[in-house]
Design a protein around this ligand. Structure first.
Ligand SMILES: CC(C)(COP(=O)(O)OP(=O)(O)OC[C@H]1O[C@@H](n2cnc3c(N)ncnc32)[C@H](O)[C@@H]1OP(=O)(O)O)[C@@H](O)C(=O)NCCC(=O)NCCS
Length: 195
């Protein structure tokens, strides 16, 4: 397994995993366009915070982050949300709520992130390695913390975040808001730490 920074050649593979691992199970052309507009394209196209895990040259997982909330919000409103609004109004509205929530909590020095690993490569430490790569990268950019929303009934996701030191902050519309300091994350995801 190799962890490396994303390149534009990985774009379709990242989109495939975004759709495959989505709780919405919307693997149709419309579903795909909506999911990638909301959950992967901004991060891959507009930030340098994406890392991929590869096995035999194939992308099997990714981690994405936005470290500048104002840029994220402006880009989403201008470039990605208009498409999502046409394709799935309910998801569009919930994304507006997410923007409002992150607007309150994502201050300077705080990033938000997403992570997805293809089904047959889960629970072998790929997520841990991706978290480690992202934490190290964001510390290098001067950030100190990361936040994310995970569906509260997503057992894999919630266990994973708790295992690597995320703290539950609050609950919103069926999702749990987790946060972690990057220094703690770096320590907890280090290969030498016995979990
Ligand atoms: C959540 C996810 C990113 C974890 O990545 P991963 O590579 O499987 O995680 P790691 O192998 O590094 O860490 C394993 C830990 O994650 C949690 N976990 C992973 N798979 C799990 C499962 N099937 N059941 C319960 N816990 C699980 C556990 O805490 C596990 O530790 P343990 O094996 O000691 O119990 C991955 O399972 C995934 O992509 N799931 C589908 C998409 C998703 O839910 N993304 C997060 C949305 S917010």
């Amino acid at each position: 397994m190799k962890i490396r920074p994303y390149t534009r050649h990985d774009r379709t593979a990242v989109q495939d995993i975004c759709v495959e691992t989505s709780f919405l199970k919307e693997d149709t052309p419309i579903g795909r366009a909506m999911l990638t507009a909301l959950y992967s394209d901004y991060y891959t196209d507009m930030t340098d915070n994406t890392f991929v895990a590869t096995q035999d040259g194939q992308v099997v997982g990714y981690i994405l982050a936005a470290d500048d909330f104002q840029h994220f919000r402006d880009s989403m409103k201008k470039l990605y949300l208009p498409l999502a609004k046409k394709l799935n109004y309910k998801q569009y509205v919930s994304q507006l709520y997410v923007l409002k929530l992150f607007g309150k909590i994502q201050q300077k020095g705080v990033a938000h992130m997403h992570i997805d690993i293809t089904e047959n490569c889960q629970r072998i430490g790929v997520g841990r390695q991706l978290l480690h790569a992202l934490a190290s990268h964001l510390i290098g950019k001067g950030l100190h913390s990361v936040v994310l929303l995970c569906a509260s009934d997503n057992v894999k996701g919630c266990n994973f975040y708790r295992k690597y030191g995320f703290i539950e902050q609050s609950r919103h519309f069926g999702c749990t808001l987790f946060s972690a300091t990057l220094s703690n994350l770096l320590a907890k995801t280090s290969q030498n730490v016995v979990q």
